[in-house]
Design a protein around this ligand. Structure first.
Ligand code: SF4
Length: 319
């Protein structure tokens, strides 16, 4: 995939305040995005890339298609110029399921948008209600179909550990998302950010955040579903930034969260294999070796504890 130049439009267009969301903290930026600023960001980004390496511009951090149309058009006019000069390969954006219709998609197509990321978050209507999302799971199914029928790439963003979530609702969300067959998914365990309703709920004892260990298990359940459905998982966990490292108040946040989930996924696979074989030698592809062994050899040690009579070894599979 071409590299991505994010252009953050924090909370732009959002009709409600989802309880968990503080895009200003995530992006480390609070100023409103203007066409001039977008132009500066793109100019700077393309100037440091080698010739012929055209990135994608990505309008992230808000509900792009719910921004007043003239403001969307003004931002897209900037990317139009870079696209026409061959300095961008495509445009992608994130938005809400209830801010998609056929006319909107037609407009986006004219501006070179190729990928639409929908914040689905959960496919459980009660979880969506408690999270004050303002839309239903049916809205996500409907918007996804429109996006797919119009020929865009579809990425669905999901969360684990929202108010009302259980291990079961999270797994069911993954199954219902997989049934939509998006081109990719993102998995975000909930981190409690300051200046959010969720922070207040947590402080009042009305919300119990996931710890990292539980979040890894729930997200590994989701990963199993998506891997089984051959749907690429393009991100797990918030992108660790300097701002975010000191900002997360509670909940699941780890700079290498995605790797921890992959470790768990491999642990489960290898455990199942050991149950089915007699010896302790496990073969994995070279590219998966470090994930299979786990951070600080955690999988090797766990498996050795589970199967104390065998000499557990994880080795590269030769073809
Ligand atoms: S989650 Fe999305 S729709 Fe909700 S407030 Fe954040 S950016 Fe807006």
């Amino acid at each position: 995939m071409a590299s991505i130049v994010p252009i953050f439009v924090p909370h732009a267009g959002c009709p409600c305040q989802c309880v968990f969301c503080n895009q200003r903290a995530i992006a480390g930026q609070s100023a409103r995005m203007t066409p001039d600023r977008a132009k500066e960001i793109l100019t700077q980004a393309v100037s440091v890339l080698p010739d012929g390496c055209a990135p994608q511009a990505a309008f992230y951090g808000g509900s792009f298609t719910a921004i007043p149309v003239e403001e969307q058009e003004a931002l897209l006019a900037v990317t139009d110029v870079f696209l026409s000069q061959g300095k961008l390969s495509a445009v992608r954006l994130s938005t809400r399921p209830d801010a998609i219709d056929e006319a909107t998609l037609e407009r986006l197509r004219r501006h070179g948008v190729k990928t639409i990321e929908l914040g689905a978050q959960s496919m459980d209507d009660e979880v969506l209600r408690l999270s004050q999302r303002g839309h239903t799971a049916a809205d996500t199914v409907h918007a996804s179909r429109l996006i797919q029928q119009a020929g865009f790439s579809l990425v669905l963003q999901t969360m684990a550990g929202l108010p009302g979530d259980t291990r079961e609702t999270v797994r069911q969300t993954a199954e219902r998302i997989a049934a939509i067959q998006p081109d990719g998914v993102r998995i975000y365990p909930v981190a409690v950010l300051p200046d959010t309703p969720l922070y207040d709920m947590w402080k009042a004892g009305a919300y119990v955040p996931l710890d990292n260990g539980t979040a890894v298990i729930w997200c590994a359940d989701m990963l199993e579903v998506f891997e089984g459905a051959h749907i690429p998982v393009i991100r797990m966990g918030l992108n660790p930034t300097e701002e975010l490292n000191g900002t997360v108040q509670a909940g699941a946040y780890h700079p290498a969260f995605g790797e921890l989930v992959w470790n768990e996924w491999w642990y489960r696979r290898l455990y199942t294999r050991l149950e089915a074989q007699k010896d302790g030698t496990l073969y994995v592809p070279a590219r998966a070796l470090s994930r299979a062994i786990g951070q600080k050899r955690c999988n090797l040690q766990r498996l050795q504890r589970q199967f104390p009579d065998r000499d557990i070894r994880i080795q590269i599979q030769r073809t």
